[in-house]
Design a protein around this ligand. Structure first.
Ligand SMILES: Nc1nc2c(ncn2[C@@H]2O[C@H](COP(=O)(O)OP(=O)(O)OP(=O)(O)O)[C@@H](O)[C@H]2O)c(=O)[nH]1
Ligand SMILES: [Mg+2]
Ligand SMILES: [Zn+2]
Length: 226
């Protein structure tokens, strides 16, 4: 019972800070995207492709969540985009407090779209609201088509599932139809966007979806607050 209470307290505190983050982002006119995936699915690769395609578009900044290292933030900063690295020091997910501290360090008035790359993990990132407007997850062909059944919360909690590494389809037994069925079984409204960060295939469909979502502005949290 004590364990349950501690978990409730942690999540309750997180909710409060997430609400503050959301308020702060909205008043600064920043649209925040929480990008989640397993390690190596291609989160940083997708962010780099997004930067490349949106050069003339919204002003971007990136928060990189990793247990250790500045490898990912360095890759983003190398493209001339503001990038802030959060090292969780062992924690396997970002929480609202970590993101809140990052927001203090960012020039929010100069940012339209803030992409937050969560720690590579298909489990607990889905439990922690960061104050984002929109959640997207990235799956990849290399992981196999059964991941929606095995990690249902993650697939249920997002507006879009981007399937990366479709260049590997000819070399794998990945069943695209089974994957689509499983995702829509859990989350009928989820957009499924197939891409290859290696070849660039599908990236335009992804950035079109993202720009439309950015323009629509309204969030899943608005709906749940209403
Ligand atoms: N074949 C193929 N490889 C890819 C693709 N996208 C990314 N990769 C490779 O997958 C590996 C991991 O890519 P990252 O973008 O670093 O993945 P990540 O999800 O950010 O990884 P972590 O931050 O460590 O969790 C790299 O070797 C990429 O080159 C793709 O579309 N096709
Ligand atoms: Mg990464
Ligand atoms: Zn965790």
């Amino acid at each position: 019972m004590t364990e349950i209470r501690i978990l409730q307290n942690i999540l309750g505190a997180n909710e409060r800070i997430a609400a503050e983050n959301r308020q702060r982002l909205r008043s600064a006119g920043v649209f925040a995207l929480n990008l989640m995936a397993s390690p190596g699915a291609g989160k940083t690769s997708l962010i780099l492709r997004t930067i490349e395609r949106l050069r003339q578009g919204p002003r971007l900044a990136v928060v990189e969540g990793d247990i250790a290292s500045t490898i990912d933030a360095d890759r983003i900063a190398g493209q001339g985009v503001t990038a802030l690295q959060i090292n969780t020091g062992g924690a396997c997910h970002l929480d609202a407090n970590m993101v809140g501290r990052a927001l203090e360090a960012l020039p929010l008035g100069e940012i339209d779209l803030l992409i937050v790359e969560n720690v590579g993990n298909l489990v607990c990132p889905a439990e922690f609201d960061l104050g984002e407007e929109c959640r997207v997850m990235l799956a990849s062909v290399a992981e196999g088509h059964d991941k929606p059944q095995k990690y249902p919360l993650m697939f249920s909690e997002v507006e879009a599932v981007v399937l990366n590494k479709i260049d590997l389809l000819p070399y794998s037994d990945f069943d695209l139809e089974a994957f689509r069925r499983a995702v829509h079984g859990l989350n009928p409204k989820a957009a499924i966007i197939e891409v290859s960060c290696r070849t660039g295939e599908g990236i335009e469909a992804w950035t079109d979806w993202l720009l439309a979502r950015l323009a629509a502005g309204q969030s899943r949290t608005d709906e749940s607050e209403a």
